[in-house]
Design a protein. Sequence first.
Length: 142
Amino acid sequence: MKSRKCVVTFILSLTITSMVIFGPGCRKSSEEGTTEPNTSRSYEKPSESKESSSDSFELCVKCGQLKGSELCCKPGQVICPDCGLVKGSPGCCNIPKGATSAAICIKCGQLKGSDLCCKPNQVICPDCGFVKDSPGCKMFQL
């Protein structure tokens, strides 16, 4: 009975520790009622994104998906008639035509280098921690 209790306690401790380490992180509030991303948090690079730099997730400019992911340039995906990239991909209608590279900022979820990238006082999505409705919004569920 005592060993069973120890095992349950260990599993519960491990679960709580995992939630703290891999949780969505804290957000700080601004005076306007919106929230800003906590730029001190860092995300692990997803395993399918082999070419990500430490501060962004690389996007494929041919399809709009995460570069190197299972969906990258996968045949049979629905193409957006407006931008020519995969409909619903992070790059769909976000990557400028003719771009040679594109990336999502890991701090805010906006297209890296865009006017909205890390701009203060943007509304943060409570589900994913990125700027609400940004290209990175809900790309990775935390």
